[in-house]
Design a protein around this ligand. Structure first.
Ligand code: NAP
Length: 292
């Protein structure tokens, strides 16, 4: 990257911390804002920021601001940021649901230089200690530019996201919300309900034995059930309609497989072979999505 920017990250948790850890060795000036002074002190000690505060006023001269707070306070944070940031500052976020945020920005009476963002990477953990400089390596990073956003700013943000190791996908916020319901939010709900189903199985004896015998298959299927509860509930509430729709469509679709399993063995075998083939082609040995 040619130019040095002053980049502020608000919310030094899993995602904010990972952004800063990756940008640490660039020429950009890095500023951090977090809820607790303890987090700021840790970030200063790790030298992933050169300035930090629990007071948001510190972002006033930033060229680029990443809002990385929990989803349910992103909008309030954005409203505060708009009042403080310089007019030409590029404001972005990382929230996993985009429609309600883009609605606010696009319906605002005055211009907001905002480009919505969502990195398609993460873990079930939270906080700065769980952050990782390689978090976004070869990940997709969705951008949903607002009606106010200028192409030159989208290009600048793309450059930084590329530096973080990710590949930008520009899309509509509502299309994003429908798509992530399918591959992120509904799987989270499925994982939660599967874990809850077995953990509270009505036949207590069988349920206890099942939990005792559970190994890697059940662990992998229920990894998402252990997602940071604030993040999990924020995502499901904010994208509830799309999650419920995906759930209903999924039930219908799985009836097809159930029917094949019970009554059409040959079709079931063919179907399973096809899906195994597609699933194997979808991810690289390192676990990266290589399907498109
Ligand atoms: P996280 O680890 O819990 O981090 C959230 C951070 O926000 C915390 O460090 C917290 O500060 C800070 N914070 C809370 N309230 C604040 C306030 N009023 N002012 C300033 N900072 C505040 O959560 P996360 O997983 O990084 O999620 C953050 C965002 O990333 C969410 O919008 C989420 O949708 C998005 N995202 C998450 C993932 C994922 O897998 N986790 C993936 C993609 C996108 P303290 O630590 O100082 O208390």
């Amino acid at each position: 990257m040619q130019k040095e920017f002053s980049i502020a990250v608000i919310g030094l948790g899993l995602i904010g911390g990972s952004i800063l850890k990756k940008l640490k060795n660039t020429k950009n000036k890095l500023i951090g804002v977090s809820a607790r002074q303890e987090t700021i002190d840790k970030a200063l000690k790790e030298q992933i920021i050169s300035e930090g505060s629990t007071n948001i006023g510190i972002i006033k001269d930033a060229d680029i601001i990443f809002i990385c707070t929990p989803i349910n306070i992103t909008l309030d944070m954005l409203k505060e940021v708009i009042l403080i940031a310089k007019p030409e500052c590029i404001i972005t976020d990382v929230a996993g649901v985009k429609g309600f945020i883009m609605d606010f920005v696009n319906k605002n009476n005055a211009p907001v230089n905002f480009i919505g963002g969502h990195p398609m990477a993460g873990t079930e953990n939270k906080g700065l200690d769980a952050s990782d400089s390689n978090m976004f390596e070869k990940a997709k990073w969705v951008l949903t530019p607002s009606k106010w956003a200028q192409n030159k700013d989208v290009d600048i943000l793309k450059q930084i996201i590329n530096e973080l190791g990710a590949e930008v996908v520009v899309t509509d916020a509502y299309e994003h919300d429908k798509a992530v319901a399918l591959i992120s939010h509904f799987p989270l709900f499925l994982s939660q309900s599967l874990f809850d189903f077995v953990n509270n199985y009505p036949d207590k004896e069988t349920g206890r034995l099942a939990m005792k015998l559970a190994a890697s298959g059940f662990r992998d299927m229920t990894r998402l059930a252990a997602t940071n509860p604030t993040l999990a509930t924020d995502m499901l509430f904010q994208n509830r309609e799309n999650v419920v729709l995906a759930y209903k469509e999924y039930i219908e679709h799985s009836k097809l497989l159930e029917n094949e399993l019970v009554e059409q063995e040959e079709n079931f075998i063919k179907h399973v072979n096809e899906l195994v083939d597609s699933r194997k082609k979808m991810y690289s040995p390192e676990g990266k999505n290589i399907s498109y």
